[in-house]
Write a protein that binds this ligand. Structure first.
Ligand code: GLN
Length: 206
């Protein structure tokens, strides 16, 4: 079977690590620098980094409407950390949402200065069960303050939602690409497979 092309938005942040992990999972990772390249992608990852910077570059390069369109066409989108913030419909404390795709309220730098960065073992629904939790790396991470009824919570830490899914969208507040554990990427690739199948079925009218 042909390897699926998965785009990684390559404006700023942890791009290379995602590309490598996608290749390890048997997909083809594409560094997306221009909106036209989105047409090649069956899934898109928005990496962690600095959400303000990535957001400015996304606007400047004309990515906002193009990513919204891609998602509406049924192509799954996965945001890690800053990517989560960029996908949120609402930002706590009056921050400005950017893509406004997912029915969540993201709180930036939510874990505060004391615990700027940390690692923890996380149970994730359908991804990492309690007997083999996911080692999650948080770096100035956001959390999800509120999630709408359509949002499925996949992971919590300290009573806060840190991983979730809704309609072809996946978000994690942490960085799975920085670990050797590819289960979150494989989960996203399964979402991509499922979405490709339903688009193909819709096209053939079946
Ligand atoms: N604190 C960053 C922001 O608000 C996100 C950090 C990250 O992506 N690791 O954009």
């Amino acid at each position: 079977m042909k390897k699926p092309n998965i785009g990684v938005l390559a404006l700023q942040g942890a791009v290379r690590e995602h590309l490598r992990m996608l290749e390890d999972c048997g997909a083809r990772g594409i560094a997306v620098r221009y909106p036209a390249e989105l047409q090649l992608c069956r899934g898109l990852i928005i990496p962690g980094g600095e959400s303000t910077t990535i957001g400015k570059l996304m606007s400047a390069f004309g990515f906002i409407d193009e990513i919204r369109l891609l998602w509406r066409e049924g192509v799954p989108v996965y945001g890690t950390c800053a990517g989560l913030i960029l996908m949120a419909k609402r930002i706590a404390e009056g921050g400005r949402p950017l893509l406004g795709l997912m029915d969540i309220t993201a709180r930036r730098n939510a874990f505060g200065r004391q615990v700027d960065s940390f690692e923890t073992d996380l149970e994730m629904k359908g991804i990492a069960e309690s007997n083999r939790p996911f080692r999650a790396v948080f770096i100035r991470a956001p959390w999800i303050d509120e999630a709408g009824p359509e949002v499925e919570v996949l992971g919590e830490f300290g009573g806060r939602v840190v991983a979730a899914r809704q309609d072809g969208m996946l978000v994690t507040a942490f960085h799975p690409e920085l670990t050797g554990d590819d289960r979150v990427h494989r989960y996203f690739l399964a979402m991509v497979e499922e979405a490709s199948r339903s688009r193909a079925a819709a096209e053939t009218g079946g």
